[in-house]
Design a protein around this ligand. Structure first.
Ligand code: AMP
Length: 227
């Protein structure tokens, strides 16, 4: 297996820019992104058995069970690792139990792949503003993200996706009362997760996410490199 391959784990609150950074990596280098949030929403909208099982967690902003998410992550990694130089894990692992499950799988199978942990840090008040203005493409195969507030992130035509022309909508879990629950859940797990990675010998690279997406991208590339 190519020793320059990487798996990059993104930590960061909802709305911290993990999706935007992933999109820049995909467009620039053809890397692949696992967004467990997007996969979960796809299951719910398609009404699969798994979707019915996890529907409540998504609507209430709480976490889906670790077993379900670990299986989802492992299956996706096995399927995609052959096809790209780098995999981005956006929103997975999100608890210490998930991180233990993931690292066990990683150590057993991908000894020659480099694992890099990135934390995007953005203050809570900015997260709340960003999410209240966030619009996503209603096409589940696209799920592109725009903002009704930040000029550079506005769609060219109000309410219409730049990529596939589908209508833009507000995610139900971006409503104020759910955002508060999601942020609380994030903080509850984030500190434990970063301590865990440090204890097992990984560096957690902290990037200031409270800037424009291109500045964040440049700073990210300094930590990660592209070869
Ligand atoms: P996100 O779009 O990443 O904010 O995720 C949306 C929702 O999907 C979360 O609020 C959870 O209900 C679920 N979810 C996504 N990723 C995970 C994960 N790693 N562990 C547990 N639940 C998750």
């Amino acid at each position: 297996m190519n020793s320059t391959k990487k798996i990059i784990v993104f930590l960061g609150a909802p709305g911290s820019g993990k999706g935007a950074l992933s999109r820049l990596c995909i467009e620039s280098f053809g890397w692949k992104q696992l967004s467990t949030g997007n996969l979960c929403r796809k299951h719910v909208s398609e009404g699969t058995p798994l979707g019915q099982q996890i529907d409540f967690a998504l609507k209430s902003g709480t976490l889906v069970s670790d077993d379900v998410i670990i299986d989802m992550g492992k299956q996706w990694i096995e399927q995609e690792i052959k096809n790209t130089d780098a995999l981005i894990l956006d929103g997975f692992p999100r608890t210490v139990v998930q991180a233990i499950g993931f690292l066990k799988f990683f150590d057993e199978n991908y000894e020659q792949i480099k694992l890099i942990i990135i934390e995007l840090r953005v203050p809570d008040h900015e997260i709340i503003e960003r999410l209240s203005a966030r619009l996503v493409c209603s096409n589940k195969a696209c799920q592109a993200v725009f903002s009704a507030r930040i000029e550079k992130l506005k769609s060219c035509v109000d309410g219409v996706c730049d990529f596939c022309a589908s209508p833009l909508i507000q995610r139900s879990d971006d409503k104020a009362e759910v955002v508060a629950a999601r942020l609380a859940t994030y903080h509850l797990h984030c500190e434990k997760l970063t301590s865990f990675y440090k204890n097992v010998g990984y560096v957690v690279h902290v990037i200031d996410g409270n800037r424009g997406s291109l500045e964040v991208f440049e700073s990210f590339l300094k930590h990660v490199g592209t070869t």
